[in-house]
Design a protein. Sequence first.
Lengths: 172, 353
Amino acid sequence: MLKLLGSIVVTIAGGLTGMVIARSYSLRPVELRYLQSALQMLETEITYTATPLAEALGLVAARADNRVAPLFEQTRAELLSMSGCTAGEAWENALRKFYPQSALLTCDFSILRSLGSALGISDSRDQSKHLRLAMEQIGMEINRAESNALRHVKLWNYLGFLGGLVIVLLFY
Amino acid sequence: MSRVTHLPKLHLTAQQALITTEENNTADGRRLSKPAPWQEVMPVLPVHLRRLISNLPSNLLEKLEEIRLRQNRSLIVGLPDEDSFVSQNGVPVKNPGEAYLVTADDIQRVTQLISGCSLYALEEELKNGFITLPGGHRVGLTGKTVVEGGRVKMLKYISGLNIRISREVNGIATPLLSYLIDHKSGSIHHTLIFSPPRCGKTTLLRDIIHQLSNGIPELNFPGQVIGVVDERSELAGCYRGIPQRDVGVRTDVLDGCPKAEGMFMLLRSMSPQVIATDEIGGPEDFAALEGVFNAGVKVLTTVHAASLTELANRPALNNLLNMRLIERFVLLGRSRGIGTIEKIIDGKTMRPL
C-alpha cells in the first residue's frame, strides 16, 4: 500500500516537473510578444507625440501586459526619482530586477540591455531606429522561441510524467 | 510651429541626494514651500556635482547666478561680479589648475538630466541652443551644430553647458514704475527695456508685470490685464502651462509661443491692456510689434543692446525707432549691482527723464 502511494507521488512529481519546464518554454514567446508590443507603444509615444520618456514609460506600463509592465514602471519610477541616473542606467537597473522573474533568456536580456543604452539620448528618428532594431531582434527571437516551444512543450509534458513512471518501474 | 514640451517634475528625495528640493505642489499647481533658487537646479546635476556645489559657502550659493560646465575644462560658477573656479571638494579657488575638471561623462549626464532623458522631445529647443527647466531656469548649450539648408537643424556633441539660475526679486521695479505709468490713458507708456546680457532685464520685466497686474495703490494705479508671450518660458517659468513665478493676478501667459504669433493671439483672444514679451530680436518680432503698437494696447518689451546707438544700428529696430512709437526707453546696467536702472529716456524728446 505504502509502495503504491509512493509510486503515485513520484509519478505526479515527475509530471509536474515536466510541466514547469514546459511552461517556461511556452511563456517565453508570450512574454517576448508582449515586450514587442510594449516597445511598439513606446516608439509611437516617442516619434509621434514626443512624450517625455518618463511619461511615455508610464503610459506604456499602464497599457502593457502585467508580465512586462514592471520593467517599464520601474524605469519610470527611477527616472522620476531624479537620483541623477540616466535613462540607460534606470533601464538597466529595472531590467536586472525584471529578468530573473521572467521567462527570458540571456539573448533576450542583451537585446533589451543594448536598447537601454540608446534610450532618450538622441532625436526621435534615431530613437525610432533603435526601438525598431530591438523589435526586429525580438521578432526573430519570437520565431525561434515558438518553434522551440512547439517541440519542447509536448516533449517535457510527456517526458516528466514518463520519467516519473520509469523511476517507479525501476524501483517497484 | 512650436512644440509644447513637458519636462518631468524635478523631484528629489532626501535619501537620494544631499539637498532636498521637494516641491509641495498642490493639485492646482500652486507652490506651497519654495526651495532656494540654486537648489531648484540641483536635480539636473549628477550626484557628485550636486555634492560639490552644495559644499560651496552659503553666502556664495545665495548669489549663485551660473554654473558653467565645459568639457575637459575647469568647473566655473558665475557670481554677480566675478566668477570662481570650484575645487574637487567644493571650495572656491582662483587657480584653474586646482579646480574640478568637467569630464565627458558629466556633460553627457547633465545633458540627459536637463532633458528628462528625452532629448527627442526637445529638438526645437536644441535648435535654439537652450532648454528651460521647471522653475524658469535656463540651460544654454553649445556643441557642434548640424546645419541643413542654411539653418541649424540640431546640436550634437554637446560640450558646453551654462545653467543660469533665475530668481524673483520683488520690488526692484518700484523706483521705475512712476516713470512708466501714464495717468492720462490710465495705462502705461510703450516701454522698451534694453541692456547687455546678464543685467537683469528679465527679472525687472517680471517684477513690472507682477506689480502692474496686481495694481499699485501707492500710485493710485488699478491693476491691468496683461498678456505675456513667454517664448522661452523664462518670464513666467511655466511648467505645463502653469506659471511657477509670480506674474500677478491679472496676467495671462502664452507659454512657449513664438512672439510674433503670440502677440496677435493674445490681442484677439484675451483682450489685454498691456502685452509683454521678453527679448525681441527677429525681424518678424518687430513687424508684429508695429502692428501691436497701433492696436490700442500698450507694449512692454526688452531687447539686447548696450546703448541707444547700438539700438539704432540694428536695421529692424531703427525702423521702429524712426516711427517714434516707443515712449519710454529704460537702460539697465550693473554699475550698482545687477538691475541698476542707468537711464530712462523719453521716446518723444529722446532726452533722459
